[in-house]
Design a protein around this ligand. Structure first.
Ligand code: MN
Length: 511
């Protein structure tokens, strides 16, 4: 059951004082939700507990675990903000409010503009930690989706698959990405799910046996060459990820080599390349299957070397080589940078942003110390620029810059505007209703008479803001004017306006 002992044991290196706070949050949430039940019939608190636990499991700080325990108290109970602030402080309140606010974003028209929705989501969250809490919350909601009324299941699962799982992927949090995908998969694509499950089942036993044998051979060989401090594991591809790959390969399982893979964790980056050389020296690699994601990491920061070799048993096996740091990064991504390390930091920083930033720093320093021999290489290629910048200076101006940088990264100076039926259009900052109208459809742009933002009439040169719901009125006789050209911001709108002006200009000249 939901034991506080278990939860505390899962929180990494927390102090007595922190454990006391976690216990307080535990008791507080339990009491606050006491009268509520989940669809499953279980006490609502189970959900609060599991959310906190999910956060502890990915190595989040006591602060995050506390925020996880309390994440629904403001929205779902009559607890007031003041009380949270008094008992748990500004930072916790900030995180809970962030999660509550995110919960209010409604996803409509899911199939369109999902990328924009993801960006909107990030932009509205203010702090990456809020998203991570939301992901932990979503995991438990997905784990209990079978109890939710059937007509809601598909929407929630689709939302998870289209928005939350990709978000986890973008943030590099592999564990959450896989979990969210595999939990939604059976609801969104039930038939395909069954089919993929069969395929995996068929392959299961053979592969594990094979991997064990291959593993033994490789460990022996690496040891002979001096690489001894290694850890290996078998990784099974997530069902949804396998499904996507099957779709790409026309369901030909013989073309998929990484349903199972052998993962080898070695001490240093040099060891990764050395091990690759050793393995290729005694097992022939499959051409075109060697991928150096260390030199060329994936956009979400994923690093590893992948190769597929022919085994002496006449099979092929994918091997993934990485260091422990890369492994942590691949599983926990941005979350791994938030992992709580230094107690001293916690006491000195009061500002929310600072606490977050400063927690990143000890990690960076540790990172470069551990990899002295590769230091130059590391500092230029392995650490994301925004983290590197941060490591160079600890002052607050830089920290602020860092946050902006991070926001820009996801947000790229764009605003996200809703149509009245919930579709999202993303436009450059300072766009006008004219730009919006043309982005929806050129016909709507060409004949617009006016615009309403949140139901109120506005002038055509209004600068649209993130989250505005914009309604355009049109009339067939209306055509663009020169004035519009001055207002429009997007090249698309300008192009249409010009062409319309020109057309009518030509007509006049022609007659
Ligand atoms: Mn919740």
């Amino acid at each position: 059951m939901e034991s506080i002992k278990e939860l505390i044991s899962l929180v990494e290196s927390s102090t007595k004082e922190e454990n006391k706070k976690i216990t307080e949050a535990y008791d507080f949430a339990k009491k606050a939700h006491a009268k509520q039940l989940r669809y499953s019939g279980k006490p609502y608190f189970v959900h609060s507990y599991e959310t906190g636990k999910n956060l502890a499991l990915i190595g989040m700080s006591p602060t995050m675990v506390i925020a996880g325990l309390l994440h629904d108290v403001i929205e779902d109970t009559d607890v007031e903000e003041e009380e949270i602030k008094e008992k748990f402080g500004d930072e916790i309140l900030f995180l809970i409010n962030g999660v509550t606010k995110l919960g209010k974003i409604r996803f409509k028209g899911l199939t369109r503009h999902v990328e924009s929705l993801r960006k909107l989501f990030i932009a509205s969250s203010q702090d990456i930690r809020v998203i991570i809490i939301k992901l932990a919350d979503r995991i438990h909601n997905m784990e209990t989706l079978q109890y939710v009324p059937e007509e809601k299941q598909l929407r929630i699962a689709t939302e998870t698959l289209e928005i939350f799982a990709p978000l986890a992927y973008r943030l590099g949090i592999g564990v959450l990405n896989r979990r969210l995908e595999d939990l939604s998969f059976p609801y969104v694509y039930p038939k395909e799910y069954e089919r993929v499950k069969e395929i995996i089942k068929e392959k299961n036993n053979d592969n594990i046996e094979l991997l064990k044998k291959v593993n033994q051979g490789i460990i022996k060989r690496l040891a002979k060459e001096g690489i001894t401090n290694i850890e290996t594991s078998y990784r099974k591809k997530g069902l949804y990820s396998l499904y996507k790959k099957l779709e790409r390969k026309n369901w030909d399982t013989n073309k998929i080599y990484d349903i199972f893979a052998l993962r080898i964790i070695v001490p240093t980056v040099n060891d990764c390349y050395k091990a690759l050389g050793i393995i290729h020296g005694f097992r022939r690699p499959m051409p075109g299957r060697i991928k150096d994601y260390i030199a060329f990491s994936k956009p979400n920061g994923y690093k590893s070397i992948h190769t597929t070799i022919f085994t002496k048993f006449g099979n092929v096996v994918e091997i993934q080589l990485r260091t422990a740091d890369m492994h942590r990064e691949a599983e926990y991504g941005i979350a791994s940078h938030l992992v709580y390390k230094s107690k001293a930091e916690n006491n000195s920083a009061n500002n929310t942003n600072n606490i977050w930033i400063k927690r990143l720093l000890p990690n960076i320093n540790k990172f470069s110390e551990n990899n002295k021999e590769d230091k130059n290489k590391m500092s230029t290629t392995d650490i994301p620029i925004w983290i590197k910048k941060l490591a160079e200076s600890e002052n607050d101006v830089q920290s602020q810059e860092f946050i902006e940088e991070l926001k820009k990264d996801f947000f790229e100076h764009r605003v996200f505007i809703f149509t009245p039926n919930g579709d999202v259009i993303d436009l450059p900052e300072d766009s006008s209703p004219i730009d919006f109208a043309y982005a929806v459809h050129s016909d709507i742009g060409d004949h617009m008479t006016g615009a309403k933002v949140h139901g109120k009439l506005v002038s055509l040169d209004t600068k649209l803001q993130n989250g505005d719901i914009v309604e355009i009125t049109t009339r067939k006789e209306i055509t663009p004017t020169k004035k519009w050209l001055e207002i429009a911001k997007t090249t698309d709108a300008k192009r249409h306006i010009k062409s319309s002006l020109k057309k009518r200009g030509d007509e006049k000249i022609g007659y």
